[in-house]
Design a protein around this ligand. Structure first.
Ligand SMILES: [Zn+2]
Length: 261
């Protein structure tokens, strides 16, 4: 069986079937041309998203807090720290709220999950273009990856994201937890080659420094990037936090002002 690769539009070959949600036998198609793996057209997503953030994902809070530190360093030292930012597919708003608490002007967007913690800072057209779009653990959920990436690129030519990379040879269903067979929400799997292909399509550069990938128009120094992230563990984040002005109180005042009039 063949399907057209959602990234490079060449034929992809079925490489295995796996059981999703303990009941659907789903085919997985691998593209030799760009190294992208996709499931067959996902008809089970409504069931998968009954609880849009999976109940077994206990690491969500810790991950958001650690990523907030990582992103603070990258934004402070590489991007414009006074610009606006968007967390695309931002879940409950933990990351957006945390970034605002640190002092960065972050906004939230998500079509599937309610905004619980960053209320009042939903992204609208009025916010305008942003310096950088962040998006964590979302790429593997995209049923139209190119459409989603282009939606992000229409707001910024810099995207910082996380998704676990597909290795080669492609792991069998039982060999990689990231297939997420029990919840069925992971339907797009990117290899390093796929990300490079995407970067080339849009004339961007790709930098991968665990755990983040950055698609950007900027030329970055990979050694400096690695060093920055390593220094997070040695207190550099606290330097950044000290030099930023937290928005916690100002946001509260602003929201109170909005609701009173
Ligand atoms: Zn492809």
């Amino acid at each position: 069986m063949l399907e057209i690769c959602k990234i490079c539009k060449t034929p992809s070959q079925e490489i295995f079937k796996a059981k999703i949600l303990s009941k659907y036998d789903v085919s997985y198609f691998y593209c030799n041309s760009c190294g992208f793996l996709q499931t067959e057209e996902p008809y089970w997503l409504e069931e998968s998203y009954k609880a849009s953030i999976t109940t077994s994902d206990t690491g969500g809070l810790l991950r958001s807090l650690a990523l907030a530190e990582t992103c603070s360093l990258l934004i402070y030292f590489i991007f414009d720290k006074n610009a606006r930012y968007l967390d695309f597919a931002g879940g409950y708003g933990i990351f957006t709220r945390r970034m605002r608490d640190i002092g960065f002007d972050f906004y939230w967007q998500d079509r599937y999950t309610p905004n619980l913690l960053a209320k009042g800072f939903e992204y609208t057209e009025d916010v305008g273009p942003v310096e950088l779009v962040t998006s964590f653990e979302s790429f593997e959920h995209f049923s139209d990856p190119i459409g989603e990436i282009e939606a992000m690129l229409s707001l910024s030519r810099n995207i910082l994201f996380t998704t676990e990379l597909l290795s080669y040879p492609v792991p069998q269903p039982k060999e990689w937890h990231y297939y997420g067979l029990h919840h069925g929400q992971h339907i797009s799997f990117f290899s390093d080659r796929t990300l490079r292909f995407i970067a080339d399509i849009y004339g961007l550069k790709l930098y991968s420094v665990h755990p983040v990938h950055i698609l950007t128009e900027k030329s970055l120094n990979p050694v400096r990037l690695k060093l920055l992230l390593r220094l997070r563990r040695f207190g550099l984040f606290f330097y950044v936090k000290k030099n930023m002005k937290s928005r916690t109180v100002a946001d509260s005042n602003e929201l109170a002002g909005r609701s009173c009039c």
